[in-house]
Write a protein that binds this ligand. Structure first.
Ligand code: PLP
Length: 383
């Protein structure tokens, strides 16, 4: 994280913990009696994993989830003791540390032997969640492999080496109404897989399948626990529904101040490649955020808020900065002098990260997750 030499950072991402707590509480009420796992992988979708985890747990999340064991270990090092699951492993995953730190492991297949070795070495049972691939085709055992995986897990459980806590899967198209029948089919395969696990003597206490789109649109996916990612950050996983429609509050705002302001005559080329030329005399404001800060280079035309007025990115976004034409296409004579507050998206402007996603053919998940390490996160306490 960037070090700032003055109390006020030059660029900032603010993290509104009241909004985060509100979202957790909203989701917890909605899915009750199912439990909520707050998914804090990828540094809490760019919001700060430790801070998000602390507030999420205080606000009612009873589990935490990460992709990698190393992400989970960092949470344990920060003193977070809540139940924690990590599910994406490689031959270099530190399973022994995971077992020693009481981190639950998603298990998709042959890595169960490495997990068992780690448990033997630590002299502690490994807590595992068996994953069935019901159609996403990422990790998880395919149905043909499932019976064998359950049999092996059951053997290891009987020898006290593993403890099977749950069975889970992940949806492919829960964010799209046309995916309704695909969700139905994945659920059907999942429920069969749970039956198989039970036939092998596994109790399967925690059945979990729902990501944000599923938990928000399909109550039949709530089961014992939901894995809530993007929704806890106050973002909508749906193309046709806003966060507000869902009763969620965006947690992240991304801001800075105008770094430079100058006049420009008609015909002036703006930024690399001159993809934009000034059409009539105007002023140009320089915004000191670029693709190194996570402002996507292809987001030309995305909205920008400067002291209450909306503008658009004009010309190429560079590594450190981009330019805004202050007067072309506008009737007002707002001046935006150096030092004026700027917001790319967030609470002041009401601009959603979705607008930036739209400008570059992506999704809000990617916009917030890729904000660079050069931008300090400023955490606003939950009040
Ligand atoms: C990232 C992830 C989630 C959370 O997904 P959202 O759509 O952000 O809610 C849930 N489960 C798994 C397995 C994931 O990898």
């Amino acid at each position: 994280m960037a070090t700032s030499w003055t109390a006020t950072p030059e660029r900032w991402v603010t993290i509104d913990h009241s909004a985060l707590a509100h979202n957790i509480d909203t989701i917890a009420r909605w899915v009750k009696p199912a439990q909520v796992m707050a998914v804090v992988k990828a540094d809490g979708y760019g919001h700060g994993a430790v801070e998000v985890a602390q507030t999420a747990v205080a606000a009612g999340a009873t589990w935490l989830g990460t992709a990698h064991v190393r992400e989970a270990l960092a949470l344990r090092e920060a003193g977070i003791t809540a139940p924690l699951v990590a599910w994406l492993h490689t031959i270099n995953t530190p399973f022994e540390a995971a077992v020693a730190q009481n981190i639950d492991l998603g298990v998709s297949g042959p890595e169960i032997e490495s997990v068992a070795d780690a448990a033997r070495a630590s002299d502690l049972p490994a807590r595992i969640h068996l994953k069935i691939d019901t159609g996403l085709s990422r990790n998880g055992a395919v149905p043909e492999e499932w019976d064998a995986l359950c049999r092996r897990a059951s053997e290891l459980q009987q020898s006290g080496i593993v403890r099977v806590v749950g069975v889970f899967t992940h949806f492919a198209v829960a964010d799209d109404p046309v995916g309704e029948s695909d969700v139905d089919e994945q659920l059907r395969v999942y429920h069969e897989a749970v039956e198989t696990a039970r036939k092998h003597g596994l109790t399967v206490d925690v059945r979990h399948v729902a990501n944000s789109p599923a938990l928000l649109s399909r109550p039949d996916t709530h089961l014992d626990m939901v894995r809530a990612g993007v929704a806890i950050y106050g973002l909508s996983p749906f193309a046709d529904r806003t966060a507000e429609d869902l009763g969620l509050r965006p947690v992240m705002s991304f801001g800075t101040t105008v770094a430079h302001n100058k006049p420009a005559d008609e015909g002036t080329g703006v930024s690399y490649g001159y993809s934009y030329r000034v059409q009539k005399p105007t002023r140009l404001a320089l915004i000191p955020c670029g693709y190194a800060d996570g402002v996507p280079r292809i987001a030309e035309g995305a909205p920008v808020w400067i002291d209450g007025q909306r503008y658009r990115v004009t010309g190429r976004i560079a590594m450190d900065q981009f330019v805004v034409d202050l007067h072309t296409d506008r009737e007002d004579d707002a001046t935006a002098p150096v030092g004026t507050t700027v917001e790319l998206f967030g609470a002041k402007s009401g601009i959603a990260s979705d607008a930036w996603a739209q400008a570059c053919g992506s999704i809000n998940y990617e916009i917030v997750t890729r904000i660079g390490a050069r931008v300090p996160r400023v955490h606003q306490q939950w009040v």
